[in-house]
Design a protein around this ligand. Sequence first.
Ligand code: SAT
Ligand code: MN
Length: 590
Amino acid sequence: MATPTFGTVAPSNPMLTAWVEKIRALAQPDRVFWADGSEAEKEFLLAEAVASGVLTKLNQDKLPGCYYHRSNPNDVARVEQCTFICTPAKDQAGPTNNWATPREMYEKLYALLKGAMAGRTMYVVPYLMGPPGSPLTKVGVEITDSIYVVLNMRIMSRMGKVALDQLGAGDDFNRGVHSVLDCHPDRRFIAHFPQDNAIISVGSGYGGNVLLGKKCLALRIGSYLGREQGWMAEHMLILCVESPTGEKTYVAAAFPSSCGKTNFAMLIPPAAFPGWKITTIGDDIAWMKPGADGKLYAINPEAGYFGVAPGTNRKSNPNAMDTISRDTIYTNVALTPDGGVWWEGHDDPAPVECLDWKGQPWTPASKEKAAHPNSRFTAPMANNPALAAEANDPAGVPLSAIIFGGRRATTMPLIFQSFNWIHGVYLGATMGSEMTAAAAGTLGQVRRDPMAMLPFCGYNMGDYLNHWLGIRRDLTDPPRIFHVNWFRKDAGDKFLWPGFGENFRVLKWVIDRTRGRARASETQIGWMPRYSEFDWTDMDFSREKFAQCMRIDAAEWQRELISQTELFLTLHDRLPKELIFQRELLISRL
Ligand code: SAT
Ligand code: MN
């Protein structure tokens, strides 16, 4: 049998091949590789990635199908200061985005791309964001000189032939170009051209900067397209809660990066709730559109999870541990001598010795962390024991609730419900969260992060909030909107709420509220559960502790309102007046 040759078959779509030829002529790669997404191709690419040192094969007895990657130590997180929205006018990108004109940015980046792939292979990766055949699904094509990107995109999206089939002879696809260049922070740009449905990312090899289907297309370009086309692209997990009688309720939740979306999406109810089950539709991104029945329908455009490794363990997320036990690419975690992986918060005790995320010898006596705090796993969602069948449903799922939440040591109670949609949009718009390692920046500082979309909104944030209000017109049965905070601390800096599986008790109240089964008390900030309205079976949590979790502290809220002013000032010229009224109402209630 002749040796199969991979990557040699160009698709027949002339629009696609013409664009690829344009980039080839510019970047001057040695070779063009057309990815088809097949299993045989995957094996070929993995072998090549191992041979070239991009991936290390892990211990296949312990971690079948798993590989290990270290990124450049200067390139370990999203870089918001290098991320641009390129539109003719600055106010189209708005005050919360870096802006450049398309002309200026194309010029700059084409100059950087000139000859950049000499000596390299240029991979052409067609992919779908969304289940095949869904009216919400979008086609993208990513050109990249990184084999790591190809292998990650293969997990994170539906990649290859399936995307070419959906594209057919059409021209409606996102054009993404990526080159690692020399991976220098001075030549790092993640540029979005919403009006051209195009992305150029250079100078980075890190996930969120280079897996162009994810934050770049599914959120930044997606949010722009959503406004034009009457749908929404949101930084939200989607889950299904199934009751013992088989009743299913769908919930989406927006938390900023590294605040537990993956854990919440895969939550296992405590033993005290026999017959209750949670299944995962998505862990990071939701595309939502009003349906003909007046409900808001959501799909998960992704096919995999790009999750934070540190802190993931059998207690925090057993489903994730199963998911990442095979067919997973680990990035920037620690490598153990037996070809296994480890990170801070792993179930296994710290290895006596290992190599840290930079490849340096590490022991438990080392001062540095073994795994980078933003080290990641890339795993197919099909591995998730709790995967919902609906994750592949082109119709999506009708949402009953949307939950907003951030990481807040103070002020924000464990749970409350908005009075209505507009108030709920106000809660999302004024969301704050302490910064995490997912983006380069100051850890721990509270910043306003509207709908957890601050780094991901591809147009003017004021217009985005208006779009949220406008969507209500197409909904006769809108999802109810809630706010949670798992991270409130006591005076001794200890978390008040145990979190993890116990979050189900909060979620159950949410579900019961949407179904008109649970009572709530009206407070200044929204509807709140009384202690007696939670199911405390098998949980020892006193009335006093609950009161501490739920406390509305006048001084803290004064500070909160002042800190919200910054956001309102930033957005002043396009801030919906509804939100200004909501704030006034809140001030008078407080
Ligand atoms: O790095 S990613 O942007 O893909 C993950 C995240 O920060 O949410
Ligand atoms: Mn995210």
